[in-house]
Design a protein around this ligand. Structure first.
Ligand code: ZN
Length: 215
């Protein structure tokens, strides 16, 4: 569980490498479905392009098929479940497969920091490389180092949109944390996403080690 811009994607990548997990990112999976142009993908596109949360039944349908296609390996779910309804559907599916969640990672960061992090992003529309106006500047202002294309502020990264995404998170996703906290047999780890990616990973790895997980 993690608000936008707290560094979830970076940490997920590191954790999957370290623990040899399969990374199931709901964002990637939904985008792939959209790009495939299926009926489900077209429905998804209407919500995603408007910056709205995709309805629970649609997300659950897509994620359920991704989950059953990745039955064997240890999984790291990234960006799912985002609502209590999705969490309940996930519980049902896992129970039916004789499985359960082991660990839930809650990463949080100060909203002001998140807004600064995201709204400072500048992306290259050609090669996809991402820069930041304060922390990761290109050599030449506003131009991609790799391909010379003019950098853009993505619609999703505009300050008003970020604030809207944070509000959606507070309303719909924070209740999921309460849903999991205190459940017998399920470990919930809290990590502060304010530090550098390296510092956050160190703290996260230490907490997992305390639980006897990882190295
Ligand atoms: Zn580029």
């Amino acid at each position: 569980m993690c608000p936008p811009g707290a560094g979830k994607g970076t940490q997920a990548k590191q954790l999957t490498d370290r623990f040899h997990l399969r990374h199931l990112s709901s964002g990637d999976i939904l985008r792939a479905e959209k790009a495939a142009g299926t009926d489900l993908g077209k429905t998804l596109g209407q919500y995603m392009d408007a910056g709205k949360l995709v309805p629970d039944d649609v997300v659950v349908k897509v994620m359920a098929s991704a989950l059953s296609a990745n039955n064997a390996a240890g999984l790291l779910l990234d960006g799912f479940p985002r609502t209590v309804e999705q969490a309940k559907a996930l519980d049902d599916q896992l129970a039916a497969a004789g499985k359960a969640l082991d660990v839930v990672v809650v990463m949080d960061a100060d909203p002001a920091l998140i807004v600064r992090r995201i709204s400072g992003r500048r992306s290259c529309p050609k090669c996809g490389r991402v820069y930041h106006t304060e922390t990761l500047k290109p050599r030449k202002d506003g131009v991609c180092d790799d391909c010379g294309t003019t950098l853009v502020l993505r619609e999703d990264d505009r300050e008003e949109v970020v604030r809207q995404r944070l509000e959606t998170y507070r309303r719909q996703t924070e209740p999921v944390i309460a849903y999991y906290r205190g459940r017998a047999g399920l470990k919930v780890i809290d990590v502060d996403g304010a530090g550098t990616p390296k510092a956050v990973l160190k703290s996260l790895a230490a907490k997992l080690a305390e639980l006897g997980l990882g190295s």
